[in-house]
Design a protein around this ligand. Structure first.
Ligand code: CUA
Length: 399
């Protein structure tokens, strides 16, 4: 904007009056940097609004997200109305009562009881009403309805840079540990315990609920539910979640899928949760590659053993050069849709590329940093193409 230079006290020259220098005035010209910036900001705003990605707080798929959206809409439109009224009066006053040539000094007023009461009482009522509504919403979404049925419990642990999901009882008492792919039955309240093993992360599924921090040494509780009457596609439907707290180098690459399933599909997934079969010689060879190179950090034969998870975490926290660290459980990898914490599609080619050079796909990941096979000059896996191919056949249950 056309700013005049600052005038300092003690300066010999007189302070410049506003608009005294015509060349310093703001002009709307495409050569003006402020105009460039303004146009870019507008384009950016529209571009972000055009995202075709499925994450959206405007598309509530469950009761928690819906109540938060209702509250947001009330706050938004009340504030929009206040903005329009206040700015409208301001603009009217600026234009209607602007200084005109030859106009005498206007009468000087001090105090106006009615006006002052008006602009004190109305905002007070508004702020109180919105505050009370917010507090009631907070209580309302604190716990699922009593008639909503027994919740399914999931413990979510944030790691640099992936999400671990543990179902203490996914059905019939079966314990399941999985990673970066939260599966939930539709119309069932999901109660979540949020933990972190390293730094503060934030758990966020925009279509299902607001974000909540995952804090080391304490646990946070939240719940959400996906409602079948809010989903207009055939199930299963996959939506995205992500970490919403800057948590280190790969924070932007810390995402996860949430797959909303019919109860019967969910039950079959639980039923089929088991180590990949080794029916072919290739898969058998792959299993050996896995046993020799991956088992220090990854579990593949069912839910993680708590004692082993504990020792991996200890290894991570005490941080030697090469140690066992918490890593995604791979038991059900073959049933997932994405890889490397939701950042690329799970396919044979992508998995081969990921194993060969994870740093290329996800800079900062602990696999390339810690696993022995990457401790060489170029950071490429110390495995032959055949070994990687066997390993992928085993992990994905390929022929
Ligand atoms: Cu975890 Cu950002």
């Amino acid at each position: 904007m056309g700013l005049s230079p600052f005038w300092r006290a003690g300066s010999s020259s007189t302070p410049p009056t506003l608009n005294s220098d015509k060349s310093a005035r703001f002009r709307f010209s495409l050569k003006n940097k402020s105009v460039h910036f303004g146009l870019l900001a507008i384009i950016f705003l529209f571009a972000t609004g055009c995202s075709s990605h499925d994450q959206s707080t405007w598309q509530a798929l469950g009761p928690v997200a819906q109540k938060q959206l209702d509250l947001f809409n009330v706050l938004l439109w009340v504030m929009v109305a206040v903005f329009i009224v206040v700015e409208g009066i301001l603009l009217y006053a600026i234009i209607r009562y602007r200084k005109r040539p030859g106009q005498p000094r206007p009468p000087q007023l001090h105090g106006h009881t009615v006006l002052e009461l008006t602009w004190t009482v109305i905002p007070t009522i508004l702020v109180l009403a919105l505050g009370v509504w917010s507090v009631f919403t907070l209580f309302d979404i604190d716990k699922p309805d009593d008639k909503a049925g027994e919740p399914l419990h999931v413990t979510v642990t944030g790691h640099q840079w992936w999400f671990e999901f543990e179902y203490p009882d996914a059905g019939n008492g079966k314990r399941i540990t999985t990673a970066n792919d939260l599966r939930i039955p539709v119309d069932v309240p999901i109660s979540l315990t949020l933990l972190s093993d390293d730094v503060i992360h934030s758990f966020w599924v925009p279509n299902l609920a607001g974000k909540l921090d995952m804090i080391p040494t304490r646990s946070n509780e939240m719940w959400f539910q996906a409602d079948s009457n809010k989903i207009d596609q055939a199930l299963p439907v996959t939506i995205s979640g992500q970490c919403a707290e800057l948590c280190g180098l790969a924070h932007a690459l810390m995402r996860f899928d949430v797959t909303i399933m019919d109860q019967s599909d969910f039950d079959s997934w639980v039923e089929s949760y088991s180590p990949p079969p080794t029916s072919s010689p290739k898969a058998k060879a792959g299993q050996q590659v896995f046993a020799a190179n991956c088992t220090l950090c990854h579990t593949i034969n069912g839910a993680d053993d708590p004692a082993q998870a504990e020792s991996r975490l200890k290894g991570f926290l005490t941080g030697g050069d090469i140690v066992a660290v918490p890593a995604p459980n791979l038991t059900d990898l073959r049933t997932r849709q994405t890889l490397a914490a939701g950042i690329i599609e799970l396919s044979e080619t992508n998995l081969i590329n990921w194993i060969r050079d994870p740093e290329e796909i996800k800079p900062g990941n602990y696999m390339s940093d810690k696993a022995i096979i990457y401790q060489n000059e170029n950071g490429i896996a110390d495995l032959s193409d055949q070994e990687i191919s066997n390993l992928v056949s085993y992990l994905l249950n390929l022929p």
